[in-house]
Design a protein around this ligand. Sequence first.
Ligand code: TYD
Length: 217
Amino acid sequence: MSSSSQGADGLFISFEGIDGAGKSSHVQTLAQAFRAQGWAVTVTREPGGTPLAEKLRTLALGEPMDPLTEALLMFAARRDHLVRVIEPALARGEAVLCDRFTDATFAYQGSGRGFDLQVLAQLEAWVQRTPAGDLREPHLTLLFEIDPSIAAARLAGARVPDKFESQPVDFFSRVATGYALRVRQNPSRFARVDADQPREAVWTDVLAALRSRGWLT
Ligand code: TYD
């Protein structure tokens, strides 16, 4: 593969959406579909995916902090994750399925918290630089879209909310706007999935996005 966003022969897919969109269950199902077609698969998540990044996740999701500190922790976790897990797996030719990646930082810390998008873009360029000097980005980002008030109703009572899940609906409306901005900046990287459907219908759309790109049959 030769495009600047692509590594050896691996495939990097991220899953995004506001809390309550229901993306996470599709990560596992898609991993099974890839394995059934002979791929080695790494399933991982952000913030997290390494022992250090999981510690940073606990801090970032549990402690109050200013938006710059929050953004720096997200990118510190991402750097460790890229170096230790994502780049090696892509170099081995694996499919890497990542529950959230940098679009979440732009959507949550940027549009949600109101932190400077230019600074985030600088951190992105710095943290996601590959050894070859390219910008590491997912080859495909599945964006699970749902009305923020429906997502909030889904989350209500489901579990003890973390720092982000306990934000008001307004916050998630801004996060959704942040995701839409990322789509406008790089439409070909995204597949938008209507998450306000029965689970089976959502899965059918996920599969269609992969098949239309020739990555699953
Ligand atoms: P999430 O991925 O929804 O995991 P779970 O299903 O276990 O709740 O939770 C991660 C939270 O972290 C989510 O609210 C979004 C937030 N987040 C950011 O604010 N910035 C980021 O860069 C990332 C990766 C996540």
